[in-house]
Design a protein around this ligand. Structure first.
Ligand code: WTA
Length: 681
């Protein structure tokens, strides 16, 4: 065993806990025998001297209307273009082309949360019919290629139907996570410039009926305040043909989709062959400023990349039953519930609710009944199931393959996942990637590489990662030193740009380590992911956590500025600073420190008001674990709030570093007492 790695303090943000190197775990024979990749020639095919042509292998998994003439165009760095000249349609690739062989096979199996409700099985034929009908409706409403549309939908099959209908016509969809508030949805509607919002009357979560349409009313109103008019709200029905929301329909603005679809029964809409580099969708993610970034993903490069990685890393075959428990409202769901799996004719299971409802064995009843053999989830869900004493051994399902994604997984939790859920028979891939990257960056290839608990693995085929130190010098593998993980090369799944703000993409991801701004050689433009990582001698990467102002709560990315500005909407609050506090279950939770304007007295009411404001403005996932009302923030002489010190206090670290340079060092002790005192209550 090697020594624990040194801690990085690349920014003031706190990084994840560290652990020692682990031993290898080898894939079982039965898995290897059936794996999509069982021979190591893939490593040859995708090595650097074969770049970028190696990615033809992924592009050739798709059906093209016109073949591309240039694999990678680097003339306008870092706005790389893939498969230039090529034309294709994402909806055709995910639906139509499978009809010949798989028309009667389940494309989607939707499992409602209430256990007494039957599953809804959507075959490829039925998906084709529904996508066409909805596309026909979108056309009637005047939407055309290149327009944007916003969805605020939960985990219902109507979400992939809506996405694929847009893709059919080249309409750019922007799905906002269903758990976000109406206000958060409004900001994303305004940024995307959508005139139409698609929502649903309600859905089930944790045993409760959530009246979701009410959020659309808030969203439309909040968008109007920002000078943006949402012309129409289209509403799916959780129970087809019924409307169960308490919120009234607004005449001329709100329309029930089931009513409108009556005129489109059986309609077929020709798909639009789209340029490979046209946008497929926008996915918003948190960054270091208050404004969410709209990551724009392409049609050709993105779809090729998620199809290829679904096949090689997820090991999906058309005969498999694949269940990714992530939410389609995040990138994982877009890439690995909808586009990747459907592009390769998978059967993709979608579950409406929470994993531990009504009890912690719910996932295994679903897996047993449907014969799920590939399971995909996040460490938070794994920890939650582990704590809830779930009992998979009681059920006869058997996974061949399991994924973990979204945050670092502790080796202890990994081993539990392997032994208890995987029953010692499933391979695990720990896939490290981001909203911006479209698909996996680091992971083992399950049939040909051993697993190592807590490590993501090497770069996936065609991805050449490197770790840089502060000066941009590569850190040697096995040195035990952590630094900035970057990807040296472009890859087809990377985002095209940030919607409406291309410069922001250059600045955030490429400026720091760019060797020469005038260069048109991709080798001079490494992509900086914003995570700290270290690389072991064997080339496996271990991801430590964010180095920027992003907090990863239960695998969801939240910007510190977003949370702080929500807190500042409360009248009494003068200053706010949020830091990540380690949490056994969620990885991190936000701890919020606020100071009050003069003449206000600290009270429980103010704390509650702040929590409520954050839930309303962003959504319940951003709700702070604690709100500490402090007399003042620890500040540098230039007035910068030292979040690093607050993070140390929240995480009970003894060594706070040098506080003498602060303008108000005495306040640190006061805050410490306040936080510790609180904990004893
Ligand atoms: C973190 C989710 C460790 C990381 C797909 C990254 C991970 C951020 C892993 C992106 C992993 C994701 N191990 N950390 N396997 N996967 N992360 O955009 O900090 O929601 O930068 O994409 O999650 O989160 P996002």
């Amino acid at each position: 065993m090697k020594q624990p790695p040194k801690e990085v303090t690349v920014t003031e943000a706190e990084v994840a806990a560290h652990w020692v190197e682990e031993e290898y775990v080898y894939p079982p024979e039965e898995f290897i025998r059936q794996a999509n990749v069982k021979d190591k020639s893939i490593l040859e095919r995708f090595k650097e001297e074969n770049f970028p042509e190696c990615f033809h292998e992924y592009a050739n998994m798709l059906t093209w209307d016109r073949y591309w003439h240039t694999t990678l165009d680097t003339s306008n760095p870092p706005f790389w273009k893939w498969f230039v000249g090529g034309k294709l349609n994402a909806s055709y690739n995910c639906v139509d082309r499978h009809l010949e062989e798989y028309k009667n096979k389940a494309a989607i199996i939707w499992v409602p949360e209430p256990e007494e409700e039957p599953d809804r099985v959507i075959t490829y034929q039925e998906l084709y019919v529904r996508v066409n009908e909805f596309a026909s409706l979108l056309q009637e409403l005047g939407l055309k290629t290149g327009d944007t549309i916003t969805f605020h939908l939960p985990m219902v099959p109507e979400l992939p139907v809506s996405m694929l209908a847009c893709a059919r016509l080249g309409i750019i969809h922007s799905e906002v996570f269903g758990g976000f508030s109406g206000q958060a949805c409004a900001d994303r509607i305004v940024d995307a410039g959508s005139k139409i919002l698609v929502t649903i009357d309600g859905y089930y979560r944790g045993g409760k009926w959530i009246d979701h349409k009410a959020n659309a009313d808030i969203a439309v109103e909040a968008a109007a305040k920002q000078g943006h008019k949402v012309e129409k709200v289209l509403i799916w029905s959780r129970y087809p043909g019924q409307y169960k929301s308490q919120s009234k329909l607004v005449e001329g603005r709100d329309f029930l989709i089931d009513e409108l679809l009556k005129n489109h029964k059986g309609k077929r809409v020709p798909y639009v062959p789209m340029p490979a580099e046209a946008p497929l969708f926008i996915m918003y993610t948190s960054g270091s400023t208050g404004k969410p970034k709209g990551c724009v993903h392409s049609i050709g490069g993105y779809l090729a990349y998620v199809a290829g990685t679904s096949k090689y890393i997820q090991d999906i075959h058309p005969e498999d039953v694949y269940w990714c428990m992530a939410d389609i409202g995040w990138i994982t769901g877009h890439s690995y519930i909808v586009y990747g799996p459907l592009a390769i004719a998978a059967t993709s299971v979608i579950y409406e609710g929470v994993p531990i409802y009504p009890d912690a064995d719910r996932p295994w009843r679903i897996a047993e009944r449907l014969g799920v053999n590939i399971f995909h989830t996040a460490p938070t869900a794994i920890r939650m199931l582990r704590r809830a004493n779930t009992n998979p051994a009681k059920y006869s399902f058997l996974f061949k393959h399991m994924t973990t994604v979204g945050e670092p997984i502790e080796p202890e939790v990994w081993r539990w996942y392997y032994k208890v859920i995987g029953k010692g028979k499933a391979v695990i891939v720990d896939t490290w990637w981001q909203t911006e990257t479209g698909g996996f960056l680091c992971s083992t290839i399950p049939g040909i590489m051993p697993m190592k608990p807590g490590s993501a693995g090497p770069g996936v085929p065609g991805i050449y990662p490197v770790i840089f130190d502060e000066e941009g010098k590569p850190i040697e593998a096995g040195s035990g030193k952590a630094g900035y993980i970057c990807i040296r090369n472009p890859w087809p799944g990377r985002m095209l740009t940030i919607w409406g703000d291309p410069e922001r993409m250059v600045k955030i991801y490429y400026e720091r380590f760019c060797k020469d701004k005038n260069s048109k050689d991709w080798r001079d433009w490494p992509y900086m992911a914003g995570d700290a990582a270290l690389q072991a001698k064997d080339g496996y990467f271990r991801i430590l956590g964010r180095i920027d102002d992003v907090i990863n709560v239960a695998g969801h990315r939240l910007g510190t500025k977003e949370i702080e500005s929500a807190a500042l909407t409360v009248e009494e609050i003068a200053e706010a600073a949020v830091v990540p506090k380690n949490d056994e279950l969620k990885g991190h939770v936000p701890d919020l420190y606020v100071s009050l304007k003069p003449d206000y007295i600290p009270s429980k009411e103010i704390e509650e008001k702040v929590k409520k404001a954050i839930s309303t403005i962003i959504g319940p996932i951003a709700r702070p674990a604690n709100v500490y009302i402090v007399p003042d923030m620890p500040k540098t002489r230039s007035g910068k709030i030292m979040r690093r010190i607050l993070a140390c206090i929240s995480n009970r670290r003894q060594d706070l570093g040098d506080v003498t340079t602060l303008v108000n060092p005495a306040v640190v002790e006061e805050i410490k007492e306040l936080v510790q005192g609180k904990e004893e209550v």
